[in-house]
Design a protein around this ligand. Structure first.
Ligand SMILES: [Zn+2]
Length: 272
């Protein structure tokens, strides 16, 4: 029996309403303009100065204090597939709402590429055989990501809302943590699908931090956004969805938020 279907909500993309449940006592003021980032793409990483999301107090602002391990641990009697599906749905929904709030500042002009660091631009690969690689403006890339995930959520064969009888077998190869608990209502390819979804959502997080953190600060939403991202990272580590190379990038093209991940690990907020 799946409870996922009952939680399913209509897509709320590009919502004009900020998803703000953050502190009524914000710990910080938005930074003054005129720094390395004046609304253009990037938060100054390329200019030799630290990006704002790595600076105190912004980097440490959070709604949730302490380690995220307890939040991501599989509750007793809950099927692991259901747990992963529901959490991924929530990450998608929350990130989509955040992006909906700041998306007016993410245009083809401000973000001609899907950037996530001074030397990192993600490339979109089209689906199907012989997939082509496309350099897309960030808003187009993100729209493709969100649309493709919404289509998966709407697909009963991927995110079932009721039980069916898929064989359990191949989930074991793809996502070892899921093996012993695999729910037969999920397709065997579910772990691989979820890994792809996770990687794409990580890229959206990485772009928002890199290119739009100023807007997050102006909304005073950094505690909320940081906590959402830390939760996302902790969940990814717990269920083997997060690849280290995806969060750190390559030496010549590091992911900006890779340093935030390191910082939160050092602070004991995230597991190693
Ligand atoms: Zn952008």
């Amino acid at each position: 029996m799946s409870f996922f279907g009952r939680n399913r909500a209509p897509r709320a993309r590009r919502s004009p309403t900020p998803s703000r449940k953050d502190s009524s006592n914000p710990p910080s003021e938005p930074p003054s303009p005129g720094g390395a980032n004046n609304g253009s793409n990037g938060n100054g990483l390329g200019g030799g100065s630290k990006p704002l999301y790595l600076c105190s107090p912004f980097a440490d602002a959070a709604l949730v204090k302490g380690n995220f391990k307890t939040i991501v641990t599989l509750p007793k009697y809950v099927d692991i597939m259901e747990w992963v599906a529901v959490n991924m749905f929530d990450f998608y929904t929350n990130l989509n709402e955040f992006y909906g709030v700041i998306n007016e500042t993410c245009t083809q002009h401000t973000c001609p590429t899907m950037s996530a660091g001074p030397t990192l631009n993600y490339i979109w690969t089209t689906s199907g055989p012989g997939g082509r690689q496309l350099t897309l403006p960030a808003p187009t890339y993100i729209d493709y990501v969100m649309t493709s995930i919404q289509n998966l959520i709407d697909d009963e064969n991927v995110f079932p809302s009721k039980s069916s009888t898929f064989p359990v077998t191949s989930a074991q190869v793809l996502l070892p943590n899921i093996n012993h608990f695999a729910d037969q209502s999920f397709h065997p390819s579910f772990p691989a699908t979820i890994r792809t979804v996770y990687r794409q959502l990580l890229r959206v997080f990485a772009h928002v931090y890199h290119a739009h953190y100023q807007q997050i600060l102006h909304l005073r939403s950094e505690p909320h956004f940081n906590s959402l991202f830390a939760h996302f990272l902790a969940f990814g580590r717990e269920y083997e969805l997060l690849e280290v190379r995806d969060i750190k990038g390559e030496p010549v093209a590091p992911v900006g938020v890779g340093l935030l991940w390191e910082r939160w690990k050092d602070a004991g907020i995230l597991e190693g």
